[in-house]
Design a protein. Structure first.
Length: 228
């Protein structure tokens, strides 16, 4: 399939292609002019302050050189670094800056998750975000207690999560655990440290996860049903 002219496509970490319009020469020119006017205004403002302050001529010359350097080289570096790649000129021209390096902002990640057919992940913030976005979510839980940290489905938690149960369904979320007597232990791994292995996650049967995926997709196709 050919790429439409004036557009660009990038693929999110969730393998979702997003097509966006590329800024044209008109909007880019507007952004350049606005940024240039801001730089010029800042230069004259600082020059006026130096003049009325009555500083020594040599000191004034140093301030002048530093001001030129900061406005020419630091303007874009500072603003684009602090403002997600944007400048006042780009904002005035309504130019959005999209990161294509695999790192998405929280709103961008939420938008991607809403369009995903399925999300599978452990007990992380992204898993909770996917659940809240209404995405069919398979949450893989190990040491953590679902009664405290279970994801909240988009339509609300109709019934509390149980402490243990190999597969539990609440709205758009399917929660999967290993059938071990020690689950959930609420510890940082089996050796009680962050770099420790967790048997309940490491040895979670693949077939159980696949079954949860099938269940989540079937639930999404049928519409969110009762919690069980």
């Amino acid at each position: 399939m050919s790429q439409p002219r004036g557009t660009d496509t990038f693929v999110t970490p969730e393998a979702i292609p997003i097509v966006l319009d590329v800024a044209g020469i008109g909007s880019r020119t507007i952004a350049m002019i606005v940024d240039a006017l801001i730089q010029i205004a800042a230069f004259f403002a600082i020059a006026w302050l130096v003049e009325v302050s009555g500083v020594d001529q040599n000191v004034g010359g140093v301030i002048f050189l530093v001001t030129v350097f900061v406005l020419v080289w630091g303007y874009f570096i500072v603003l684009e670094g602090l403002w997600g790649g944007r400048t006042p000129g780009k904002a005035a021209a309504k130019i959005r800056v999209v990161r294509a390096d695999g790192r998405l902002s929280w709103p961008e990640l939420a938008a991607s998750l809403r369009r995903a057919a399925l999300y599978v992940g452990p007990d992380t913030s992204v898993t909770h975000l996917a659940a809240a976005c209404g995405t069919p979510t398979v949450a893989l839980f190990g040491p953590t207690d679902p009664r405290l940290w279970g994801p909240w489905p988009a339509a609300g938690l109709g019934a509390p999560w149980r402490a243990a149960g190999t597969i539990q369904l609440r709205g758009n979320v399917v929660l999967v655990q290993s059938p071990l007597a020690c689950t959930p232990c609420q510890l940082e791994g089996c050796d009680r440290r962050l770099d420790s292995r967790a048997v309940c996650l490491d040895e979670m049967p693949a077939q159980r996860v696949i079954a949860a995926v099938d269940r989540a997709l079937a639930q999404a196709a049928a519409g969110a049903g009762p919690s069980r």
